[in-house]
Design a protein around this ligand. Sequence first.
Ligand code: ATP
Ligand code: MG
Length: 572
Amino acid sequence: MKDDGAGGGAPASAGLDFIREIVVADREADKHGGRVHTRFPPEPNGYLHIGHAKAICLNFGIASEHGGLCNLRMDDTNPETEDQEFVRAIEDDVRWLGFDWEGRFYCASDYFERLYDCAVQLIRNGDAYVCDLQGEEVGRYRGRWDEPGRDSPWRDRTVADNLDLFERMRAGEFADGSRTLRARIDMASSNMNMRDPALYRIRRAPHYRQGDRWCIYPMYDFTHPLSDAFEEITHSLCTLEFEDHRPLYDWFLERLKFEAPPRQIEFARLNVTHTVLSKRKLLELVEGGYVDGWDDPRMPTLVGMRRRGYPPAAIRDFCDRIGIAKANSIVQVEQLEDAVRQELNRTARRVLAVLRPLRVVIENYPEDREEELEAINNPEDASAGTRKVPFSRVLYIDRDDFREDPPRKYFRLAPGREVRLRYAYFIKCVDVVRDENGAVVELRCTYDPETRGGYAPDGRKVRGTIHWVSAAHAVEAEVRLYDHLFSKENPDDLAEGEDYKDHLNPGSREVLAGCRLEPGLAAAAPGERYQFERVGYFCVDPDAAAGAPVFNRTVGLRDTWARIQKRAAGGG
Ligand code: ATP
Ligand code: MG
């Protein structure tokens, strides 16, 4: 196991975030015997998103930095919303991100019996009671943040009555919602979470793992600290909204006399511009048909990003870069895209692909001739080698690479102008063919046979290099271009009467049919990632049929993040 010296009296905490500083300090103080044990505790009620990736990288990362352990635990106490499909997807996603829980897969629902025993223990100690207040009454007794609550009329039941009633709640003698088990803490506490919170509710709903075994379910705030304690977690990392729950977390562990209780530490949630990171909203987008499912490539889910072509290493790198802080903020999506671009720049094979084809006929190239030209697979990685691409008399270039009336600084093809075809020859446009409406449908060009490989022996220069594919050899493909799911930078920041869905970007997907790719891509397998030279990074979609691939644009080539940073630094 990796030892970074953190436990060995090295100067603590240089460059560490505040949670890692705490962990280092705890080890130095020999807390928990120097053990580090974390967990990632999702509720299986949806697919994981990029915010969860931050929590996964943090929990698994800290454990591995200290030779510790990290569990995967389903926090599954809400029978209505949870499902085995989500459990399977969560396991898949964590593994895909590159982390291994080494068989320590746990479910809070497997602790129901132990949790019940803990509740009984609290009743015996006089720390919990069965309350008959219902619905709105509960709220009225609780008071408001600026006004103390009132004790429930059922607060002083005897231990014997409480034990009896709680047992009968479990046995199914009472109607749903008619009673709760509550902690007996302090109805006047300034912390609302401490005003006798519910521990158990009656709810007749089958649980995806427990079936009909239970008709009472423990509340999250009760389940979570105890699950951590059962698993001997040392550091329980969670997001900021649980800060006010920490006194309750500690109260349970203290009343139940856990000897080395875990310590809860809160950190800021990840928010990313132009998207939403709430499972409830993502579920609504899926169920409302606003997207094509959890793995729609526009979704901020890990399955969506996977389908879009984001490499897991890029997501881990992004999580590293944004760090861990104690204050909520919103991260620019361009920073995520930049991490993806950097990873793909290193690893993706380059290919030639024409998204909006314009036919080019090389008039002086013999009709029956074809040849193979050498192309570089990845200029960033010599070991990726080279490949052969076929060249012939009829080609396709991208419509964007031709202008009849080129503006200043446009160096690509135009009537009478010469450009380089990447890896091939110089060609010159000598004529333009139009259809009956006057639209350009074909270019007539000549090539210079002396310029094979893209260089003129006479030293003549051209200012533009464009990509192309041989028409007869090309593979036809569908290419899907994606943009932000939401036009608004922060779709959670709404004016009165607005809905976040009002800000969905109507142009978030553009589908191009009839794109032409170099022939090697006919056999591209789903998930493979490429750079289409001069165009962007693309990933093969599972929709692809044999011989007719479908590609998703992962990210463009332009470094928008550098531009944003420069602007922020006042660099214009
Ligand atoms: P949502 O609000 O999307 O429903 P959640 O917090 O209810 O998310 P859980 O399944 O309970 O979802 O989350 C599992 C873990 O992931 C928790 O520890 C939670 O704190 C963490 N987590 C969830 N969303 C984020 C986020 N945006 N940034 C960082 N961590 C997150
Ligand atoms: Mg949650």
